[in-house]
Design a protein around this ligand. Structure first.
Ligand SMILES: [Zn+2]
Length: 174
């Protein structure tokens, strides 16, 4: 289990008077957005009763346990939409592959993870041609080729502009 650590500070600043309130949550709560700022801090500014705020907090890095929990629970979200963009990050590559290979997960989550792998290839194809990008892209292409069956199942989830760049590099026919 993920260790409980109340270390994520959410700051809500009133856009009218600048008053700031804080909410402390766990890494898990922060990762899955399992908190309600207005429930915890009230709907209005304690200083001026304004309803207008800006809220910011550091998004925690996922570890294997958190990704596994997300992947096996259809109700958990990393963000309201575009979760695959958040997951399409080199720092998550190893744990994504580990989840895909070792855990039985719902189709939706598996498709999102396959989509994220394609986005890593896409990003590293169009960004630039540094050696680092080339090596990362080559590795993810190799991993995708090993999992063509999973990719075919995820096909409907992947945007065409991603497919157009990525599929030719996989020798993939759907
Ligand atoms: Zn205020």
């Amino acid at each position: 289990m993920t260790q409980i650590d109340y270390t994520y500070k959410i700051e809500r600043t009133c856009t009218t008077c600048g008053h700031t309130d804080e909410l402390i949550v766990t890494k898990r709560e922060a990762a899955f957005e399992l908190f309600s700022v207005s429930n915890a801090l009230g709907k209005t500014c304690k200083n001026c009763s304004s309803l207008s705020f800006s809220t910011s907090y550091p998004r925690p890095d996922l570890d294997f346990d958190l990704l596994k929990e997300w992947a096996t629970n259809v109700d958990l979200r990393l963000m309201p939409q575009d979760e695959e963009l958040l997951l399409a990050d080199e720092k998550y590559l190893d744990i994504i592959l580990r989840v895909l290979d070792t855990i039985s997960i719902p189709d939706r989550k598996r498709n999102l993870l396959m989509d994220a792998l394609c986005i890593i290839v896409y990003d590293n194809t169009i960004d630039d041609n540094s050696l680092h990008h080339e090596q990362l892209k080559a590795r993810v292409i190799k991993e995708l080729k090993k999992r063509k069956d999973l990719l075919k199942m995820a096909d409907g989830w992947i945007m065409d502009y991603i497919k157009n760049v990525v599929y030719p590099q996989l020798d993939l026919t759907i």
